[in-house]
Design a protein around this ligand. Structure first.
Ligand code: ADP
Ligand code: XUL
Length: 513
């Protein structure tokens, strides 16, 4: 059996799979807000950060790891786990001092991870992907290497606030003494992996590309970017490696405390989006995944790296081989929820009512569907912008408002993913909102491609478990054909009336006006 661990924004979960029987054996999840309320992080991060700062407590992740393993151990004999793989929310970083490794190698099974490792941190909190506080550092880094086009050519993305490089630079600028005390900077993924393996684990090419520090073509740290970020940074970063290659055997703490076998291997972890690409069975180019979660993301495998000329999209390493692209939209479920609440609707209005009452194209009424600042495109919206009939522009007719919001979200997504050059013949939909047939139908209509959903909801943890099996010699393609099945009856073809050419040009006019 193989264990996949996903340390994500709101929860840390584990999934055990058995390739021989083709079964998911069990799952366990620890929700930071509900299960660990003592950290004061109801959505997994510390609320109220100043000037766009969003941090989380890495000790909360350690406590969640202990708790998740103890829950899993009640459902399955953990000595049967042959390898562990994993994923983490991307971009977030953990800062460790020189005492971390001595503490890690002398962990006692009678005590917990949190209390034994807490003094090994050189920074009490971890900036995460929702942080937008580093615009100045991004500008400085871009200027140092000759501009954002060069940052993008080197690393696959222009300098981005949530990416780890600018966050490290900010830490160095505001607290140089603690930066100097930092022996290693890890990502969330490589931090959890290090704890399990009892040694500093590498960062993989998927998550590593979300730092603005890795040279995408060479798959090594880029010296110009390191120099533009902070002094001696090269000495403070882990090695880079392919996800799913072996780091080593599991640390004694986990053998003694949870009953893992001393032969259990730990593989190199990756980011949650690259892991999701594996778990959706979409690592081979030709399929695209749209994840409708807190934010919406669009990702797909690519053969060769080419970057977004508009600077919004990203190119990462693909855990299978080659590259993947990712475009992230901040106004995802939160915008759908805002409109739902504003009109006092429920999800069934999105599912069927609004769909039945309005035609494809919404009689020419279009909306820029942003309730707050957006990152794709990067604009400081505070409310949706409407164009159409006087009735529509004044906000009347909730059915037309719902359709306009959904069409606007997918038109914006289609517009900002055109650089990838993939005409998807099938779209795989995942995330909390993907179960909503109305939302799924609008995605199929706007993209002009059938939409399907997978039987297993937690695609990042599934991808992590598949990577665990790959670490033990399994074939990724065989594992994907066993576990990444679409759920029966989930296919929605585009409606015959769907033609969005005119609506797209109206939308683009409004976006650029
Ligand atoms: P994340 O992984 O980012 O925490 P999820 O993929 O779990 O997020 O998605 C959570 C979101 O799914 C919620 O914020 C909610 O808005 C949305 N959601 C849940 N059920 C439905 C539904 N039936 N229709 C539309 N959206 C839904
Ligand atoms: C991707 C991104 C998020 C995080 C959290 O660039 O910032 O999707 O990975 O899930």
């Amino acid at each position: 059996m193989y264990l996949g661990i996903d340390s994500s924004t709101q929860s840390l979960s584990g999934m055990v799979l058995d390739p021989a029987s083709g079964r998911i054996v069990c799952e366990a999840s620890v929700n930071f807000g509900a299960d660990l309320p003592q950290y004061g992080a109801p959505s997994g991060f510390i609320p109220g950060g100043a000037s766009g700062e969003v941090h989380a407590d890495p000790l909360m992740w350690l406590e969640a790891l202990d708790e998740m393993l103890s829950r899993l151990g009640k459902q399955v004999d953990l000595s049967a786990i042959k390898a562990i793989g994993g994923s983490g929310q991307q971009h977030g970083s953990v800062y460790l001092n020189a005492s971390f490794i001595p503490r890690l190698v002398s962990l006692r099974a009678e005590s917990d991870l949190r209390s034994q490792l807490q003094d090994g941190l050189s920074r009490a909190t971890s900036p995460i992907w929702m942080d937008t506080s580093t615009s100045a550092q991004c500008a400085e880094m871009a200027a140092a290497v000759g501009g954002n086009a060069e940052v993008c050519r080197l690393t696959g993305s222009i300098a981005i606030e949530r990416f780890t490089g600018s966050q490290i630079r900010k830490f160095y600028q505001i607290d140089a003494a603690s930066y100097a005390q930092t022996e290693r900077v890890h990502l969330v993924s490589s931090f959890i992996c290090s704890v399990l393996a009892g040694t500093h684990a590498p960062i993989d090419f998927g998550d590593g590309a979300g730092m603005n520090l890795m040279n995408l073509a060479e798959r090594q740290w880029d010296h110009a970017m390191l120099d533009a970020t902070a002094p001696s940074l090269g000495e403070k970063l882990p090695a880079l490696a392919q996800a799913g290659t072996a780091v080593g055997r599991i640390a004694a703490y986990f053998i003694e405390r949870y009953g893992f076998s001393n032969n259990c291997q730990v593989g190199v972890f990756t980011g949650d989006n690259p892991a999701s690409l594996v778990g959706m069975g979409a690592t081979a180019p030709g399929q695209v995944v749209i994840s409708l979660g807190t934010s919406d993301t669009f990702f797909a495998g690519m053969n060769a790296a080419h970057t977004d000329p508009r600077g919004f999209g990203h190119v990462f390493g693909n855990p299978a081989s080659g590259y993947m692209c990712l475009v992230c939209f901040r106004n995802g479920s939160l915008a759908r929820e805002a409109l739902r609440d504003q009109y006092q609707l429920d999800w069934s209005a999105f599912e069927s009512n609004a769909m039945a009452q309005t035609p494809v194209g919404n009689d020419g009424n279009v909306m820029l569907p942003f309730f707050g600042p957006e990152i794709t495109p990067r604009r400081d919206f505070s409310a949706p912008v409407r164009r159409g009939t006087a009735e529509f522009e004044s906000g009347e007719n909730s059915a037309a408002q719902v359709r306009a919001l959904l069409e606007g979200q997918f038109l914006n997504m289609k517009r900002h993913t055109d650089w990838i050059g993939i005409a998807a013949d099938r779209i795989l939909l995942t995330g909390g909102a993907s179960r909503n047939d109305g939302i799924a139908q609008v995605a199929a209509d706007v993209f002009g491609a059938p939409v399907e959903r997978l039987a297993i909801a937690n695609s990042a943890a599934l991808g992590a478990a598949i990577l665990a099996a790959v670490t033990d010699g399994g074939s990724m393609a065989d594992l994907q054909s066993t576990f990444c099945q679409t759920s029966a009856g989930s296919l929605l073809p585009p409606q015959s009336s769907a033609d969005y050419a005119t609506t797209m040009s109206k939308f683009v006019d409004l976006l650029e006006s």
